[in-house]
Ligand binder design. Structure first.
Ligand code: PCA
Length: 218
């Protein structure tokens, strides 16, 4: 039996009609050939909700028992696919979520670790994104909104051994060109999908991350 990959995207939020992450996840799934890739792909749509998104993710981990989890979200203002290196144990919402909740300085997991590093091989994934001709970067913050909450909840569940041996992490994609003013940072759906697919493939084949410098000074 081949490994199963769980790939998630988010519903639209902040008054936007679409979420680039879900558009990209759907495109990856549409082109996925399980036999050729050597892994089954299960996709899921997460609500932009501080309460419901981590709950849904926990259900999915229990149901799907994936070997690899890649959660995608949209990051306005970015122009590259971002491998999130770290998730922090805080929720600080600039705008209410889709349930009208706006937590300020509340932990994702009460009493949990301050932060969790991604268990994706982020450097190998970055190299694969760039090789696919897609702009990519290692990001050192997933923000403090619902994406960071999902990134933290995922890492916390995996660190607790909910799915033994599973690895995973969070990837932000830019907004779609049609969702931003002309000339603003964006990436089309084909680029975002190629980036996400490259991340999944690189993570499946990499057990030890590549020693590639991709840090920042500030
Ligand atoms: N982006 C938001 C939440 C959902 C999404 O796609 C974020 O970065 O937190």
């Amino acid at each position: 039996m081949s490994a199963t990959v769980l790939l998630t995207g988010f519903e639209p939020f902040d008054g936007q009609p679409v979420n680039a992450s879900w558009a990209a996840v759907r495109a990856v799934a549409g082109a996925w050939d399980e036999a050729a890739e050597g892994a089954a792909l299960v996709t899921a749509l997460l609500p932009v909700s501080f309460t419901r998104a981590p709950r849904r993710l926990a259900e999915l981990l229990a149901e799907v028992r994936p070997a690899l989890v890649v959660c995608g979200g949209e990051a306005g203002g970015r122009s590259a696919v971002g491998l999130e290196r770290v998730a922090v144990n805080v929720q600080d919402a600039r705008i209410p979520d889709e349930d009208g909740e706006q937590p300020v300085d509340v932990p994702v997991v009460a009493g949990g670790a301050v932060a969790h590093l991604s268990s994706l091989p982020v450097k190998a994934c970055l190299a694969a994104v760039l090789e696919a001709g897609v702009p990519g970067e290692v990001s050192n913050t997933a923000g403090t909104y619902v994406c960071n909450t999902v990134a933290y909840a995922l890492a916390d569940q995996l660190a607790a051994g909910r799915v033994p041996g599973a690895r995973g992490g969070f990837v932000h994609v830019p907004r779609l060109p049609e969702q931003v003013p002309a000339g603003s940072a964006s990436l089309d759906v084909d680029g975002a999908a190629a980036g996400l697919a490259a991340v999944v493939r690189a993570a499946l084949r990499t057990t030890r991350d590549a020693p590639l410098a991709a840090g920042t000074l500030a």
